[in-house]
Design a protein around this ligand. Structure first.
Ligand SMILES: NC(=O)c1ccc[n+]([C@@H]2O[C@H](COP(=O)([O-])OP(=O)(O)OC[C@H]3O[C@@H](n4cnc5c(N)ncnc54)[C@H](O)[C@@H]3O)[C@@H](O)[C@H]2O)c1
Length: 351
């Protein structure tokens, strides 16, 4: 039985609290927040749980593993302290806005033989699992491009711009689908409410395979949209995370590419459009966060690297660091160093 403590009980932390309360292989023992009212609410719902206003008290308490669900600016210090107290850590996304800090945590965890896992919830989403298999099996053909949109009115955050808040989800979905890292990134965005925080942004990722990916994130949109379109040479797929029952549509649509080319080297004209069936696969409705929490416990018990390990966190942070530099440079393309090279240079153990 792994004893779990949760630090941060605002919007997302209580979902961890509920899941660890429900998991049979874990025991939720402590919850910490700076806000007494939030702890009172936890006490009412889970009277057996100990509460603490100071993270130090939680780290000295009866916990083997700590979930950090506080604002991003606090993640590094809290995670470092937890590792120094020999606790395994599950850090909410993004781990940090500095890849140096993510590397520090990876190295520290390696030295102390502890698990660092990142809260990339979509990595555990059954719909993303399904899409990954679809892409990796080659059913969609070569992937030409991926377009992702994550839009809504708010929730504004005071400490991180919309890129750091929303784009980690789509970036980790895309990396997981393609099983690849981009070689270049650029971003443009604007701020309308807080002059220091960009609230609408468009990120472009380029992969060595030629696949292009666009991620549109916004806190200023009239509708809640969580949509990702994959355009392949054979088929196309649309993933609508807002839809309850029809999250994925697979379109047997595309261009039948001509085998021969004309004198100018172009494919014959006009192109041959192909229109086939639209398939809506059944996707199990298991809660992704529950699967993530369970995987964290399993990684601790079996001593295995989690699917969303520290390196997965480093991948997302280094892409977003470069995207933020591009944002400040008027959208200039930034070259990316492969995460493996960054990690090897820092002597972090990777496998
Ligand atoms: N994986 C997901 O799908 C997902 C979804 C939403 C949020 N998140 C992430 O979860 C984290 C928290 O987001 P949120 O929306 O719950 O934020 P929030 O502002 O609603 O809650 C943060 C809580 O942390 C507490 N806190 C702040 N500093 C603390 C400290 N030093 N010690 C103890 N408690 C402290 C605050 O009092 C607050 O209750 C962020 O990293 C966010 O990106 C992840």
């Amino acid at each position: 039985m792994v004893n779990v403590g949760v630090i941060g009980c605002g919007y997302w932390g209580p979902k961890h609290v509920r899941n660890f309360h429900e998991l049979e292989e874990a025991q939720l023992t402590m919850v910490c927040d700076l806000d007494e009212d939030r702890l009172e609410r936890v006490k009412t719902q889970y009277p057996y749980v100990e509460t603490a206003l100071n993270p130090k008290d939680l780290l000295r308490g009866n916990v083997d593993a700590v979930v950090i669900a506080t604002p991003v600016g606090t993640h590094y210090q809290l995670a470092k302290k937890a590792l120094l107290h020999d606790k395994h850590v599950l850090i909410e996304k993004p781990v940090s806005t500095s890849s140096r800090e993510v590397l520090d945590l990876i190295e520290l965890a390696d030295k102390r033989n502890l698990i660092v896992m990142v809260g990339h919830t979509y990595e555990y989403h059954p719909a993303v699992d399904f899409l990954r298999e679809l892409v990796q099996s080659g059913e969609l053909g070569d992937i030409y491009n991926i377009d992702a949109s994550r839009l809504n009115l708010g929730l504004f955050r005071p400490d991180a711009n919309v890129l750091w808040d929303l784009a980690p989800h789509d970036i980790c979905i895309v990396l997981s689908l393609l099983d690849d890292e981009p070689i270049e990134v650029s971003a443009r965005g604007s701020h309308h409410i807080d002059p220091h925080l960009c609230d609408v942004a468009y990120i472009e990722l380029l992969f060595a395979s030629g696949t292009m990916c666009n991620v549109h994130v916004s806190w200023l949109h009239p509708r809640k949209i969580r949509e990702l379109t994959i355009v392949g040479s054979k088929k196309m797929a649309v993933y609508d995370d807002v839809s309850e029952a029809e999250k994925i549509h697979i379109y047997d649509k595309g261009l039948a590419v001509a085998a021969s080319t004309n004198n100018n080297g172009f494919a014959t004209w006009p192109p041959n459009y192909h229109y086939g069936d639209v398939v809506i696969p059944f996707i199990t409705n298991a809660e992704p966060l529950k699967l993530e929490c369970s995987h964290f416990i399993q990684s601790i018990v079996e001593g295995i690297k989690p699917r969303s390990d520290g390196l997965a966190g480093l991948r997302v942070t280094s892409i977003l660091e470069a995207a933020n530099r591009s944002l400040l440079n008027g959208g200039e393309r930034e070259k990316l160093t492969p995460t493996r090279t960054i990690a090897e240079a820092s002597k972090a153990t990777i496998s």
